[in-house]
Design a protein around this ligand. Structure first.
Ligand SMILES: Nc1ncnc2c1ncn2[C@@H]1O[C@H](COP(=O)(O)OP(=O)(O)OP(=O)(O)O)[C@@H](O)[C@H]1O
Length: 436
């Protein structure tokens, strides 16, 4: 028994279908939102392609799944939450069937679902009927940067790759469905800003499938996208009590829509300096630029991208750029073994990239995704901030290395520092995309 879950659009169905494409002992049923009787009819219809005897079996889940298990078949119930919606006893029925009959056959049952909350309730939580029965649980996440690259046209240069990643992230449905062979302004205007666009309502659609009363969650996500990242800032921005906010943020964390980040030197559970960020770049984009602004784009028409989006885009993308630089660190410093990589902040100090290595080296990095070259001030302030980081390696002196990540190179004085000092390195976009 296998459970596959994860947010909508991550490619759960594709993954399972692909892995079973050459099997003639599989039944892949994609449930629809309808009555239990129609679902059973549809299931029998699909199953009869490989198991003709099934039409003779009594039409209830226990009998049908039991029969297929006895034939050692592979049964995939996709959109499992729709089946529970129509018949809430189904998880208990499957539990009984599994315990009494199926677990001793070679039959395989795969349950797939996008509603994280329902999948947890039905299968994963301690009090759910199917708890502890799974041999495998696949918690699908978005693709990483390297895998997402395969969706992009070969002629894309590193800068275009980072822009696309910074906006569309690693969700296959977004990367596959959008025609990326055009300039970024056209892609965003036609696919996201336009009311007819493929992704115009996407985050709203995904959120509404998970949340019954989404308004407050929308307000929280809008606040985070606008740069209100601490609990207090969010509570103030949306006008609710600071103590109430954690109920909502915890739910959003469980749904993998946001993440609470803490300075690399602190423990997540104990830190009081946590900041929230929206995990999916497209959701961040949507809550920053689209939600609640539709009228404005309607008025601006084709000029919307140039007037509103483009000037802010480097700043917007710099957020994901910093994370790519963090991910690239082990590849860029191949001689080091990193214990931890993250960001660090304290009062007015902030360092975009910090890596602690096993032999006492602290790599600190500054990321510049603006058009202007990285200047000496950036290196000097990186040195100032880094001096404030409290980290003492076990028994060793700490050694600091400075990494500069720049979209458009560096000024003369920085280049001189890079060639004269052996503790400063300058990385360009191609270096970063190669190792991220
Ligand atoms: N590995 C992949 N390579 C290329 N395209 C993919 C891949 N996985 C998914 N896709 C694309 O993403 C779309 C959505 O995938 P799929 O329906 O499998 O997602 P899902 O997680 O089951 O989502 P939902 O719960 O919304 O049905 C597919 O139609 C396809 O266009």
């Amino acid at each position: 028994m296998v459970v596959v879950f994860g947010r909508r659009r991550l490619g759960k169905t594709q993954l399972v279908q692909h892995s079973l494409s050459d099997r003639d002992d599989a039944v892949v049923y994609q449930a629809t939102e309808t009555t239990s009787q129609i679902q059973l009819d549809e299931f029998v219809d699909v199953a009869s392609e490989n198991f003709s005897g099934i039409t003779q079996i009594k039409q209830n889940w226990e009998a049908l799944l039991g029969y297929l298990g006895d034939q050692d078949g592979i049964v995939v119930l996709d959109e499992f939450p729709y089946l529970i919606d129509a018949d809430e006893s189904l998880p208990s029925v499957i539990q009984r069937l599994w315990d009494q009959r199926l677990q001793s056959t070679s039959g395989t049952l795969v349950l797939i679902g996008s509603s994280i909350s329902m999948m947890e309730e039905a299968t994963l939580l301690g009090n759910s009927p199917l708890y502890g029965r799974f041999t495998e649980r696949l918690d699908l996440r978005p693709l990483n940067f390297a895998a997402a690259q395969e969706f992009l046209p070969d002629e894309y240069v590193p800068e275009e790759r980072i822009f696309m990643w910074g906006i569309f992230g690693g969700v296959p449905y977004y990367l596959d469905g959008v025609d990326l062979g055009r300039d970024l302004g056209t892609v965003l205007t036609e696919e996201v800003l336009s009311q007819k666009g493929y992704l115009h309502n996407e985050p709203e659609y995904v959120l509404r499938t998970e949340l019954t009363d989404p308004n407050r969650y929308f307000a929280i996500l809008t606040a985070i996208a606008a740069g209100k990242t601490t609990s207090n800032e969010i509570a103030q921005a949306i006008g609710i009590d600071g103590k109430q906010i954690s109920t909502y943020t915890q739910k959003l964390e469980r749904l993998r829509l946001i993440e609470r980040e803490v300075p690399i030197t602190e423990e997540k559970a104990k830190s009081r300096r946590g900041r929230y960020r929206i995990l999916d770049p497209l959701f961040r984009f949507w809550f920053r630029f689209v939600y609640g602004r539709e009228d404005r784009y309607e008025r601006l028409g084709e000029n919307a991208y140039d007037a509103v989006i483009e000037p802010e885009l480097p700043d917007f993308v710099s957020h994901e750029f910093e994370r790519l630089c963090q991910d690239a660190l082990p590849g860029l410093y191949p001689a080091e073994t990193f214990l931890d990589i993250g960001r660090w902040w304290y009062k007015q100090h902030e360092v975009d990239v910090v890596g602690f290595t096993i032999d006492g080296t602290m790599v600190v990095g500054e990321c510049k995704f603006t058009n202007a070259p990285l200047d000496y001030g950036a290196l000097a302030s990186l040195e100032d901030h880094a001096a404030e980081i409290r980290w003492t390696p076990d028994g060793d002196e700490r050694n600091t290395e400075y990494a500069l990540f720049a979209r458009n190179g560096a000024t003369q004085s920085v280049q001189e520092a890079v060639s004269e000092r052996d503790d400063v390195q300058l990385f360009e976009l191609g270096d970063i995309t190669k190792h991220a």
